[in-house]
Write a protein that binds this ligand. Structure first.
Ligand code: F6P
Length: 375
């Protein structure tokens, strides 16, 4: 066991329901069980560059289990190796501020740093460990559920709940108005939220980045349903979905970091369907509603387990590792193995087959077979 008197904790990248529950678990187990003090680093790695932090004592974590977001703040622009520096003339440029991170880490008297983040933040943690020997331990988070080292990330269950409820609500209004309703959900390059919500919410079509779609099978499904006396359809669209031979739709791009924000593909799909089929189409983009608010119990549970086990890894000196869920056990995985390759939906998986066998169309089918399958 290494001697640890004070550890730092930060949250990086997009927020996810359950971040505060991890912070709470880290602070509780550190203070109550291991007598370790905890410093909260503000706004992700940016707080270690700019030396912004706060003490995390018992009072600061009261009521945190159920609170969405992160009390520490976070940012997508905090990468210390490509830090966004604002020059006196107001222009922004990227600089390597990783040495400053090391200096501030030492100045704060930290013995270890717990980094709660997605693939991007864990990759930064891995680089700080590899290049600067910074004693880091990772905790994987993201609503996208796309981190390959772990069976699950917290935040996903809550996002799925929100997306499923949205579908349930769209169902009745779609049916009343005989409309085609599209629900766009998040997930970046992975279709997990769309696929799970589509199955749980009884969608008729699900479009995900892993399966490029054609319009013909979608139209065949809409027509077949009309013929059967069900003149309404629900389509879940992952924000990263793209037509076969076509590209993804982006909302914006950060001019300095190059970070591209997905979103809006469902509007172009809706327009094509309305133009070609003459059907009434409505589009809902769920957006950040999936990320905010109270974490569902599965996320609170995973977050708490991750937080406690991350402190244990620190005490065992297992730096350069991340906690991960394998089956029902929390294990340690080297960060080097955990980052850089996303977990995406396998189009040949049992889950996709399950969806197909309950009639969900992904847009890669033969249109005639789609029509025939509806009977
Ligand atoms: O990675 C989580 C996520 O919510 C993605 O699903 C989404 O594409 C992205 O973050 C949105 O980022 P931002 O909060 O910067 O708009």
């Amino acid at each position: 066991m290494s001697v640890v008197r004070r550890l730092g904790v930060l949250t990086g990248g997009g927020d996810a329901p359950g971040l505060n529950a991890v912070i709470r678990a880290v602070v509780k187990s550190s203070l109550l069980t291991h007598r370790i003090k905890v410093t909260g680093i503000l706004n992700g790695f940016a707080g270690l560059v700019e030396n912004k932090h706060r003490e995390l004592d018992r009072d600061s974590i009261a009521g945190l289990l159920i609170r969405g977001g992160t009390i520490l703040g976070t940012t997508n622009r905090g990468n210390p190796f490509d830090f966004v520096y604002r020059r006196p003339d107001g222009r922004e440029e990227l600089i390597d501020a990783s040495q400053t991170v090391v200096k501030n880490f030492e100045k704060l008297g930290l013995d270890a740093l717990i980094v709660i983040g997605g693939d991007g933040s864990l990759a930064i943690a891995e680089r700080l460990f590899r290049e600067h020997r910074l004693p880091v331990v990772g905790v994987p988070k993201t609503i996208d559920n796309d981190i390959s080292a772990t069976d699950a990330t917290f935040g996903f269950a809550t996002a799925l709940e929100v997306a499923t409820e949205a579908l349930d609500r769209l169902h009745s209004t779609a049916e009343s108005h005989h409309r085609v309703m599209l629900l766009e959900v998040m997930g970046r390059e992975a279709g997990w939220i769309a696929l799970h919500a589509g199955i749980c919410g009884g969608a008729h079509m699900v479009l995900i980045p892993e399966i490029p779609f054609n319009f013909e099978p979608l139209i065949a499904k809409i027509r077949a349903r009309e013929r059967l006396g069900r003149p309404f359809s629900l389509i879940v669209v992952a924000e990263g979905a793209a037509p076969a031979g076509g590209g993804q739709v982006f909302q914006s791009e950060d001019a300095v970091t190059g970070w591209k924000r997905l979103g809006g593909i469902s509007h172009s799909i809706g327009k094509v369907l309305a133009d070609r089929e003459g059907c009434e189409v409505r589009v809902s983009v769920l957006g950040h509603i999936q990320r905010g608010g109270t974490p569902e119990p599965p996320d609170r549970m995973l977050a708490t387990r991750y937080g406690v086990e991350a402190v244990r890894l620190v005490l065992e000196g297992k730096f350069g590792h991340t906690v991960a869920l394998h089956g029902n056990e929390i294990v340690a995985v080297p960060l080097a193995e955990a980052v850089g390759h996303l977990k995406r939906v396998d189009p040949d998986s049992q889950l996709v087959r399950t969806a197909r066998e309950v009639g969900i169309v992904f847009g890669d089918e033969d249109p005639e077979e789609v029509e025939a399958a509806e009977g």
